[in-house]
Design a protein around this ligand. Structure first.
Ligand SMILES: [Fe+2]
Length: 313
């Protein structure tokens, strides 16, 4: 990509009013980009450690229980190669570790932020997640702890975003961050009253702000899309508090949500940073990451290593 001029197209009035606050659609110019062709994605999947790829059957209900999500007994690269027939859902995580994807991500997120009137570089933790899903696959109801623009590359994607301001859909406790939690959240049919449906085609993009609940389905052919995510200083702060709250709850010490006690929030941020200074150097190896997750958060924290269907299901 020799220029960033054409990769994001957004109405600046809408962007400055809604950016980081509400979901809205925009356009992108990456639908034919070679980084999203299947052979390149196979190459990418083969180059990444196993815990960077999560996949399962795409035939799941919106509110499926985490333990009931059916697995697929196939290597990640074979799932991509056979995505037209595999009935699968896959996410390739942290693709920013590949320099080509990183360059694209940097250019896109920077341009989107500038279009919304934010200062250049006023964010960190750029990450890319590529979703490869068969036709009629469902991503169950969940929320994500980062800012996000989802770009649709191939096929149709239907994204329902939800109003959760009063925490009636997903509670503060369920918004706590813990690796032992599966991403999927409980879903009830009345939630649909609060949904806004966004129908995305190749060339469309959707901004989903921090912790906006959503669920997603694909159309009648396979879909490729990429979530381009980043964190603002405020998101980093909230995540530290929510991670500390999730960890303390695991040890039987439930805490108040962020915002209730500024002094407690500040202590949690300081404790978090001290813990990370010790743990981060250890987390560089996949084996150590797996061991740490299991040690602190229990066996379920490594759920995405399971590829084989459960017996009797
Ligand atoms: Fe998501």
């Amino acid at each position: 990509m020799n220029s960033t001029a054409s990769i994001v197209s957004v109405d600046p009035v809408i962007a400055s009013a809604k950016f980081l606050k509400q979901a809205f659609t925009l356009k992108h110019g990456l639908a034919d980009h070679p980084l999203f062709k299947l052979p390149r994605l196979v190459e990418l999947a083969k180059s990444l450690p196993r815990d960077r790829i999560e996949y399962n059957s795409g035939k799941v209900a919106v509110g499926v229980k985490p333990e009931d999500v059916p697995k697929i007994d196939m290597a990640a690269e074979d799932v991509i190669r056979s995505i037209e027939t595999a009935t699968a859902w896959m996410v390739i995580k942290m693709v920013e570790e590949d320099p080509e994807y990183r360059a694209l991500l940097e250019a896109f997120v920077e341009q989107a932020n500038l279009a919304a009137g934010r200062k250049a570089g006023d964010y960190s933790n750029l990450q890319g997640f590529i979703f490869v899903s068969s036709a009629n696959a469902t991503t169950p109801f969940h929320l994500d702890a980062e800012e996000n623009i989802l770009i649709q590359i191939r096929g149709d994607k239907f994204v329902r975003t939800f109003d959760n301001d009063d925490r009636k859909l997903i509670s503060e406790e369920d918004m706590e961050i813990s690796p032992s939690k599966h991403r999927n959240q409980k879903y009830e049919t009345w939630y649909e009253e609060r949904a806004t449906l966004h129908s995305l085609k190749p060339g469309d993009a959707l901004h989903m702000p921090y912790m906006i609940p959503h669920w997603v389905s694909t159309g009648d052919s396979y879909s490729i899309s990429m979530a381009m995510t980043w964190k603002t200083p405020e998101v980093l702060r909230l995540n530290k508090i929510r991670l500390m709250n999730g960890t303390l709850r695991r040890f039987g010490l439930p805490q108040k949500p962020p915002g209730v006690s500024p002094a407690a929030d500040m202590m949690k941020v300081i404790a978090h940073d001290a813990m990370r200074a010790v743990i981060d150097p250890i987390r560089k190896s996949e084996t150590a990451r797996k061991m740490l997750r299991g040690l602190i958060y229990g066996r379920k924290a490594n759920y995405y290593y399971e590829t084989k269907p459960k017996t009797g299901m």
